[in-house]
Design a protein. Structure first.
Length: 260
């Protein structure tokens, strides 16, 4: 499996390092695309991969799959071209699909071209359970409460605990596009962006980003709490978010699929 990566930041560096050091990983990163020339050249020299600032040149690289590890803007700009060029796509900036029409367009394109779009679980869990619980539209309520430090939300670190937002997943991702991608993933896996409820709390007392998922339906009840360690190189990003992308790559070619 030959991999291309969009982005030159912490997640890209993490993936490059893990793919290079993991002898059991059946694949290699062959190209990187980004706008930061200095960072891109450093990654190119460190990991021995081609760096491109021209997207068309990047797309011509011999890749089977592209990992977006940049921004929602990059997804909106490049997803259609990637999926239209006989390549699969893993998206980390899931907030790009807050407009469901765009997700529908991309889904139609994957079917038309026989390609795959992967949306990793990010910094949360329980998605398989929710998908199973809603197989017969049996889910009645889904809510996620996200607690983050004020600093990770771009606020003064001395702020008191405060509920910053309560509303739908659609509203949440539009207000916090860099902080609640998990809410959109949860909504897409369950009852949709309008019905899935989100609370965002700035909490100066916590050391880890915390997500609490609650669900009710004909299956019963679920209460799941995930406390995420940050990436060592970037306290604003959960390590589990980066690991979920790596897992999507590792499991792509599995002949046995575990879970839904």
């Amino acid at each position: 499996m030959k991999i291309g990566i969009i982005g030159t930041g912490n997640i890209s560096t993490f993936l490059l390092d893990q793919v290079k050091e993991n002898n059991d990983f059946d694949g290699e990163v062959v190209a990187i695309f980004g706008r930061n020339q200095e960072a891109g050249m450093q990654l190119s020299e460190r990991f021995g991969v081609e760096f491109h600032m021209d997207f068309e040149k990047f797309l011509e690289s011999p890749m089977d799959i592209v990992v977006e590890a940049a921004t929602g803007e990059a997804v909106r700009l490049y997803a259609k071209d990637i999926l239209g060029s006989d390549k699969d796509l893993i998206v980390s900036s899931v907030g790009a699909f807050s407009e469901i029409q765009f997700l529908d367009e991309i889904s139609a394109l994957t079917k038309k071209n026989g390609r795959h779009l992967y949306l990793p679980s990010g910094a949360i869990g329980g998605l398989d359970l929710l998908k199973s619980a809603n197989a017969l539209n049996g889910l009645k309520r889904v809510q996620i409460t996200t607690r983050k430090s004020p600093a990770s939300l771009g606020m003064d670190g001395d702020c008191p605990e405060e509920v910053l937002f309560e509303g739908s997943a659609r509203e949440a991702i539009q207000r916090f596009p860099k902080n609640v991608n998990v809410a959109l993933v949860l909504a897409l896996a369950s009852i949709g962006v309008e019905r899935t409820r989100v609370r965002v709390i700035a909490d100066p007392a916590i050391a880890r980003n915390t997500h609490t998922i609650e669900a009710e339906g004909s299956f019963g009840n679920m209460h799941l709490k995930v406390e995420n360690n940050p990436m060592p190189t970037n306290p604003k990003t959960s390590l589990l978010a980066a690991l979920s992308i790596l897992a999507a790559l590792q499991n792509k070619e599995d002949s046995v699929k575990i879970g839904s």
